[in-house]
Structures are given as C-alpha cells and as structure tokens.
Ligand binder design. Structure first.
Ligand code: ATP
Ligand code: ZN
Length: 301
C-alpha cells in the first residue's frame, strides 16, 4: 500500500471503530469518549511521569502580538491562523448577505482582530515571564489546543490538536542539562506504553527557500530532536514528541532575564496527545479493553 492508501485505511478504521467523526474539513475531527478516555489516561500518565502536577491551560486563542513578536509570521506564516471578525455597519452587512446568498467570497467584509490561534503550547507562556526569573529559573507544564493550517488527509496531521509541553527557562547550561536529562526518560515513557520510539535530529517546517537555510541551521546546531514511531509502513516515521532548544530567541523577544541579569534561554518538550494515542491504537488495536495489562494500568484514571 502507498502511504496515502494506509492513511485512508487508518482514518476509515478510526471512524468505523467510533474514535473519530470526520467534520467537513481535512484534519478536523469530533472525538468520542472512547478516544477521549485514552487522552485523559495519557494526560494523567504525563503528570505521573514528569512529576509536574500543576498544569497551566492557555485558551486556544492568544494575543496576535505574540505571533508577530515571536517571529512566527516570518518563519512559519503558512501554518498560522488569525481570528477575523465582521466589524462593519448595517450597510456592509447587507452587502455581505448578498455575497453569501450568491455563494461568493465574503472575506473583504472581515477585519483582523487582535487574536490569533496558538500554534504551539508554549507561545502564550513567554510574555507572562517578562522580567527577572526566580533563582533556578522556571519549569512550567502547559496544555493547549493548537491550530496549524496544514490540512491533510492523514488522520495524524490535524489542523486542531492538543499539545502538552514542559517548558524550561533559565541559563543556557541549565536548559541544556534539563533537555539532556529527558532524552532517555522520554524514550522510556513511550516504551512503557509499548511503543518503539527512535530519536532523530529534526527541524521545524519553516517556509520557503529561506526556511531551508533555517532548517539546516537548526539541524546542524542540534536544536530540535523528535521521538518518532512507525505508524505507517510506507514513508517516514511519525513525530509523537519533540525536545527543543530555542537558545535566547524567546528570552530576547520577551525580555526574560535570569537572576544574574543575562538574557534567559529556553527549551521545551512537547507531547502530541492525539498522535501518541493514535500510535497506541495503531500498535495495540482498536479495542482499548484488550490492550496489554501494563498499558491499561498506566492509562487508568
Ligand atoms: P511534524 O514534524 O510532524 O510537522 P512538528 O515538528 O511541526 O511536527 P512540533 O512543533 O515539535 O511538531 O510539535 C510538538 C508535537 O505536536 C509533535 O511532536 C507532534 O506530536 C504534535 N503535532 C505537531 N503537529 C501536529 C499536527 N498537525 N497534528 C497532530 N499533532 C501534531
Ligand atoms: Zn514549544
């Protein structure tokens, strides 16, 4: 089977076994409690495995300024989602209605609001850290529903998905040590669930020709690693987690300082919740009640 055929078979099975109900847009699914129970179990297991009980949940939208300030619009504008609204008057509403009735494009009647969707869990965090960090820096556990404009027939590549992240902000040394300390533990975390992950050097999906240079830099400097698992026979493995080092990028943009007055560095570890659960379904089958006992116990909640 080609990868595209495998993706279609997997999606059909997810629907048939009542995990997903497709909506009228690729990468957008309603999820049944059968699927959500697994997500809840995974979230609990993340808390147990990391020891980070307090989770901060940002809403799925955030101030648009963060997208602009963080450089997201320079490097990955194709993935961004902005919130726009109708801010017109009675007269323009009449015109809008006419366009709608004709089934024609009505985007000219919309204006950008000051909100965007969150493209990853950690973006809304940085502006809340502006100023001087406490001694020892910060370690924060975040949960956010993310939006990325990457419509795809692949059920593992969604437009709306949830991410958990642990974000460490401190001196370069401490951030790198923290990330280092997670390489083995993160692999163990996935192995405990019966998955067979591999760690690979990776890069973000930067836009265009300039993006290729940025991606090569990112790889050369080993700024991004992904833990990947085989979900489809054909083609590359699927990233279910990532371990990133941002250097002083966010520290500079959002004026975050360590206690010594230096610009803070940051790193994060992202868990793709839907992707991990989909990898588990692929690995253990479509009946969670008959999954291996150890996995069921780890995911009990
Ligand atoms: P990919 O290489 O597959 O495009 P990414 O490098 O863009 O992923 P990150 O930005 O590191 O991913 O996001 C952290 C995690 O969020 C990923 O490891 C993955 O598990 C999950 N994730 C990213 N994009 C999607 C998506 N479109 N649908 C579902 N999960 C996603
Ligand atoms: Zn992040």
């Amino acid at each position: 089977m080609t990868r595209e055929e495998e993706q279609k078979v997997f999606l059909d099975q997810l629907v048939e076994h009542r995990f997903f109900i497709p909506m009228d847009s690729p990468g957008l699914f309603a999820r049944t409690s059968k699927f959500e129970n697994l997500i809840k179990g995974l979230e609990e297991f993340i808390v147990k495995a990391t020891g980070e009980e307090e989770v901060t949940y940002f809403p799925p939208v955030m101030p648009r300024k963060i997208l602009e300030k963080s450089g997201f619009m320079d490097s990955m504008p194709h993935l961004a989602g902005l919130v726009s609204c109708f801010c017109g008057n009675e007269r323009s509403l009449l015109e809008l209605k006419e366009q709608l009735a004709k089934g024609e494009d009505w985007s000219a009647f919309l204006s950008m609001t000051d909100l965007s969707h969150a493209p990853a869990a950690c973006y809304p965090l940085y502006p809340t850290c502006t100023g001087t960090l406490p001694p020892g820096g910060r370690l924060v556990h975040l949960g956010t529903t993310c939006f990325r404009h990457e419509p795809s027939p692949d059920p593992t590549r969604m437009q709306s998905f949830r991410m958990r992240e642990l974000v460490r902000i401190d001196t370069p040394d401490n951030v790198l040590k923290w990330r280092e300390s997670w390489f083995e533990r993160a692999i163990q975390f996935l192995q405990d669930l019966g998955l067979n992950p591999e760690r690979v050097e990776a890069s973000d999906p930067f836009f265009g020709r300039g993006g290729r240079v940025m991606a090569n830099n990112q790889r050369e400097q080993k700024l991004k690693f992904e833990l990947v698992v085989k979900v489809y026979e054909a083609g590359p493995s699927l990233a279910v987690m990532s371990l990133n080092y941002h250097q002083d990028h966010f520290g500079k943009q959002f004026e975050i300082k360590t206690v010594d007055g230096e610009t803070a560095h940051s790193g994060c570890m992202g868990f793709g919740l839907e992707r991990i659960v989909l990898a588990l379904i692929q690995r253990h089958g479509f009946s969670p009640d008959s999954w291996p006992k150890q996995v069921r116990e780890l995911l009990s909640h």
